[in-house]
Design a protein around this ligand. Sequence first.
Ligand code: FAD
Length: 600
Amino acid sequence: SPKPFRTHITNEADLLPSYSYIIVGGGTSGLVLASRLSEDPSNTVLIIEAGPLVEPVPEQLLYPGWSQLSLFNSSIMGPYRYPSFPSAPEEALNNRTSEVAAARVVGGGSAINGMVFLRGSKRDYDSWGVWDYNKLLPYFKKSETFIPPSPEQERQGITWDKTNHGFNGPIQVSFPNGTYPAAGRYLEAIESLGPKRSVDTSTNAVGTFWMPSSLDAGRQERSYAYNGYLQPLMDKRKNLHLLSQRTVTKILSGKKTGSTVPITGVEFAASEAGKKYTVKAKKGVILAAGALHTPQILQLSGIGNPKLLEPLGIKTVIDLPGVGENLQDHPYVSVPHSTTYPTNETSGGSLFDPTFFATAYDLYLRTRTGPFTAGLGNTGAFLSLESITNTTTLNSLLSSIPAGSFLDPSTPVSVKKGWEDQLKKTIENYKRADSAAYEFLPGLVALQHPLSRGTVRLRSPPNPFSRPVVNYRTLSHPLDALILAQGVLFQQKIFKSPVLAYANPVDNSAFAAIDEADIGAILEVMKAQVTASLAHPCGTAGMRAREEGGVVDEKLEVYGAKGLWVVDASVVPLVPGQHIQPTVYAVAERAADVIRGRKV
Ligand SMILES: Cc1cc2nc3c(=O)[nH]c(=O)nc-3n(C[C@H](O)[C@H](O)[C@H](O)COP(=O)(O)OP(=O)(O)OC[C@H]3O[C@@H](n4cnc5c(N)ncnc54)[C@H](O)[C@@H]3O)c2cc1C
């Protein structure tokens, strides 16, 4: 009798000789594309994913065990991530390195992330210059099923507005059952200094708010690209294959005609020493390997800057200097305060007590309530520069921007031109109330719109199985450090607010002893303490004009190629002032319609 159809194939012998589309990377964006492109039965679709297919287990689906169970517990989440590797030493951070985090599992970043689920402001997307907020809005809605707060949650002060939400998409978005009263007080303390509460982040992304999560409200479990987009199709949709634990080593191309190189398929292998296989794509190849690995694959395939490729012995197939440039993330600095009433008990320590932990875990498994349903505090603020500084400070910061780009000296001319445009937009946005300069959480302050730009480059000798060289170049532009310093001062003010006096906050940070006028001393501490990445890398195959360092056009097709698209965080040209997974979902949803040739 014929073998039953299986979506997940584990043996190359089960591959079709060719597919309409091959998707490289079965992560957040890759699974959106797989689901949408295979809706059309005339398409055959193959996903090739470097990591394993892990059927979700409670430890992975848990909302928040945040610090203990998911993000940072390598014994549980280790198998779902690339082994940690250090970034290149950073000059502006005393040559320190940061750990580079990237998922390697079916579901990608959405399987291991902190589940914060918020979009940036309209202004942030309108600053992209190609797609804008109105083009993305239908796709923000399409990707989510928003679950409004329960009456109990509304009593806690959680508000919402239905205008810009979706109610029928694959990713469940809701507020967790568990919250801590102190979390709300943090917001009130900020509001006592001027900033306002936002009713709903999808209508106003700048202000203080309760943060929704990618969370199934009923089960209080993680909602992510695998259980949202792919799992419901497994073994049902016969035109869709997933090949896991295979690394794509190269994109294959045919003979150039005119100025265009046709893309014909991919080469892949299970390990460095393993046999190399090829598979053909009839309509094309879709890169969804994330902002750190997509540029690596392009460069390994000869698509990039000849000045970087040729010394490594790689023949240039498409001269595209923007590949791997323009790297952006959200650097942050911890400004911890101890309180007699923890502002965030979950990550603050009580779950580190084994007895408390075991009781809380048991409660979660039985009733889906308790500390395991409360993560990160679920409150935060995304605030503009003008809302936390006075006019004199704002004007002095923005009128004395040091001349020069502070880009890596090897930055290609086109990329520099693109950066100059981004500089103008970023400075303009710093003067406005509708674009966030900062994220404030009880323990940290993160910079939302850095002017510094990093790079992702191949290691020498080039090897698809070694990690790329990631140089965040954090705070290389001096204005970034000055703006972040204002955030540190504001965080200290928050904890001095009478609203939090009942909790007796004590500033435990290295900033505590510094006089607020001594910006130089604050900058010195930041050099020693800033962390480069909130795991929001983007921009490394930016959607912008080719003469401005762009890698893909507005159809997300790689310049100079026919049948090669990028659909992941790499294409985001200018990082929004927010955690970026909802943006990645929306971009991927729109990409699917664009690639299918639908009206968008
Ligand atoms: C630890 C962490 C915490 C985060 N927290 C949040 C948060 O709370 N809220 C939020 O909004 N965002 C968060 N993010 C960011 C968000 O999850 C990512 O921006 C998003 O998942 C990126 O999606 P992507 O499709 O671009 O890449 P990914 O989802 O990373 O997918 C890329 C996939 O490609 C695969 N791949 C790579 N190279 C190859 C190759 N050569 N061959 C085959 N497969 C390959 C990888 O294994 C991976 O599965 C976090 C990210 C991380 C890592």
